[in-house]
Design a protein around this ligand. Sequence first.
Ligand code: CA
Length: 212
Amino acid sequence: MRTSSRWHHHLWTGLCAVALLGGCEREMLEHICTPVESGQLVISELRGSQSEVDTYGQWIELHNHSTNSLNLAGIRLHMYDIQGGGEKLIMVRDEALIVEPGGYVVLGHQRPDQLPDHVDYGYDDDYNSDLRSSGVLELYVCNELVDTVVYQNLPTVGSLAFDGDQELTADANDIADPNNLDSNWCTDASPVVNPTEVGTPGTPGEQNRPCN
Ligand SMILES: [Ca+2]
């Protein structure tokens, strides 16, 4: 709580510094976060702990399915076990994390100052453990729940990815399970040759591959 307050204060101070003659009116603070409708920012791909040698690491990918650039400062991912307990929180504390319309952003299991090329934001200050092999993810923007995903059977080789051939909406992505025929997600274990990384990466920061 203390960290959160300090962050807000810092953000507030920074905005006041650029507010010119307009003054620092209270309502400015409420405009910091960009509200989105459900389905405009959605969870698109997950990559958990790997059973083979791996340098890509674990991450959660989000997709901007709106027609506006979105500043992700302050968005929150609440993570629960499959029964809905054991709540954990990731909050984006980067004031400059922007995702373009149609673009992707990768939140990785890294320290914020040690990001590999395929990761946009490191969440280790909030959550420094493996992603659960199954669980519930809730995405909040401006304190509004905009997407929920219940996932199971997170692959240990490659990623769990929403079908790149289907429109990614807040409803279509609800069930993420490669073993469930009703799910629009599948395992992406496509081999990728990369001279500087080892592992089966999925598609961090890019459009997902088709499931079939
Ligand atoms: Ca992707």
